[in-house]
Design a protein around this ligand. Structure first.
Ligand code: NAI
Length: 462
């Protein structure tokens, strides 16, 4: 009899299993993939970051090395080698989780789980008994009507297929200007493809601060990506080995077509819960197909919990990890907690885009008086030395209390820099607290401090 069986070994599930084992519980984790780590490690965050890193290096070599006085034979792409570098990166990480499972004495039950009844999990022919179950089954790409994805074919693909294309396409259409579309679109643009992003809304990266959306789009356009906004994709077909995408412009309903070697469908993801037996168990779901949970991640069935992408909230690996730790603590009788107000979001393009807390628009809509401090990377010595001075830091604080409400960064290493603001917000800091904290010179983090200073008497270098 286990204390806990976690279903799914993605960042939510494996972290939950490890924390539960550390807290003294007898734990098993069910995973049907050949390797642990879920979407994130196998076909998501990690392989995409390998390709983003490699293609960024290529971009640096082509665009900036000469300016820095680095010359030599032109760097070329060996796609097969880049794919094996990506595979090695993935393998190193998935094996790492296997090691951690062994170290923490967590049983890996290989196969796909079905919950037969509360406390009974079937994997293959075996039924395992447990006091608690955590559903951490993640999400899968959402399909688009009239666009049939065939990852093996390599012409119309989703994010999984786009990570392993047989060759670098000369042209690519990306459907959806969300995180996946822009990250993978950037990869192929840097590798030489003509990339066109078609987006239904009139802006890219829905939900982000409006100034960030504008600046980010400008930067990506400068990098050679074409945007068609306010356009709904109606269908895609393959004609003589090439994809033909049809879209309708919202402003006048006119239909247009565009051809490309490859189409990436990046129109969102949906929870993956089919075949688990949740219906039979009577687990309540939301209207949009997510597992319904209470404040302690308990479902409507006693002893069954859920977390990560299969419950409502942002579909982010680190949100799932935080929930994984918290759920383990709840099950172990402690007080697991997640502060959803300080979860950062990062887009790993160049420059990176990162945010935490409220956008300027949301802060104003909440009825508060708001002050905004902005600082451009043009005024940051380190960014200039790296030839990466595009972008800015935007700090949003309550005009009455000076408490930091949010921060939005477009710039080099934004995904690392955002964390000092997360910590500050976690401690309820004011913009002045951050502004009075000494920041090493020369670092890009100084721009964060300058934005905080700009909420008060003014930035120094602006
Ligand atoms: P998304 O929801 O971020 O963006 C999808 C976009 O497609 C939206 O802007 C939407 O308006 C557009 N769209 C939908 N139907 C369309 C149509 N017919 N024609 C034109 N445009 C259409 O979804 P995405 O990028 O697929 O990502 C899925 C999830 O994975 C997100 O929750 C994202 O946060 C997460 N993710 C996060 C990453 C990160 O944190 N770096 C990396 C990759 C994924």
């Amino acid at each position: 009899m286990y204390d806990l069986i976690v279903i799914g070994a993605g960042p939510g599930g494996y972290v939950c299993a490890i924390r539960a084992a550390q807290l003294g519980l007898k734990v098993a984790c069910v995973e049907g993939r050949e390797t642990l780590g879920g979407t994130c490690l196998n076909v998501g965050c990690i392989p995409s970051k390998a390709l983003l890193h490699a293609s960024h290096m290529l971009h640096e070599a082509h665009e900036n090395f000469g300016r820095m006085g680095l010359t030599g034979a032109k760097v070329k792409v060996d796609w097969t080698k880049m794919q094996s570098y990506k595979a090695e990166t993935v393998a190193g990480n998935t094996k790492g989780i296997e090691f951690l499972f062994k170290k923490n004495k967590i049983d890996w039950l290989k196969g796909w789980a079905i919950i037969e009844a509360p406390g009974k999990v079937k994997v293959g022919d075996d039924v395992h008994e447990t006091k608690n179950i955590v559903v951490a089954t993640g999400s899968v790409p959402a399909s688009l009507k009239a666009v049939e994805v065939d990852n093996a074919g390599g012409v119309i693909v989703d994010s999984t297929g786009a990570l392993a294309l047989p060759k670098i396409p000369k042209s690519m259409v990306v459907i959806g200007a969300g995180v996946i579309g822009l990250e993978l679109g950037s990869v192929y643009a840097r590798l030489g493809a003509d990339v066109t992003v078609i987006e239904y809304l009139d802006v890219i990266t829905p939900g982000m601060d409006a100034e960030v959306q504008k600046q980010f789009q400008k930067i990506l356009t400068k990098q050679g990506i074409t945007f068609v906004l306010g356009a709904a994709v109606k269908g895609a077909e393959i004609v003589k080995g090439k994809a033909r995408v049809t879209y309708a412009l919202k402003k006048d309903d006119s239909e247009e077509t565009v051809e490309a070697d490859c189409v990436l469908v990046a129109t969102g993801r949906r929870p993956q819960v089919e075949g688990l037996g949740l219906d039979g168990l009577g687990v309540e779901m939301t209207d949009r197909g997510f597992v319904k949970v209470d404040k302690h991640w308990a479902t409507s069935v006693k002893g069954v919990y859920a977390l990560g992408d299969c419950i409502p909230g942002p579909m982010l690996a680190h949100k799932a990890e935080d929930e994984g730790m918290a759920v383990a603590e709840v099950i172990a009788g402690k007080h697991g907690h997640v502060n959803y107000d300080t979860i950062p979001g990062v887009i790993y393009t160049t420059p990176e885009v990162a945010n935490v807390g409220l956008t300027e628009e949301a802060a104003k809509e909440s009825g508060r008086k708001v002050k905004v401090g902005k600082f451009p990377f043009m005024g940051n010595a380190r960014a200039k030395a790296m030839l990466q001075s595009d972008g800015f830091v935007k700090m949003i604080a309550d005009a009455e209390t000076d408490r930091i409400l949010g921060c939005h960064i477009v710039g080099p290493g934004a995904g690392e820099m955002i964390h000092e603001v997360c910590v500050a917000m976690e401690f309820g800091a004011s913009a002045e607290d951050l502004a009075l904290t000494c920041h090493a010179h020369p670092t890009t983090s100084e721009a964060v401090r300058e934005a905080a200073l700009a909420c008060g008497d003014g930035a120094i270098h602006a």
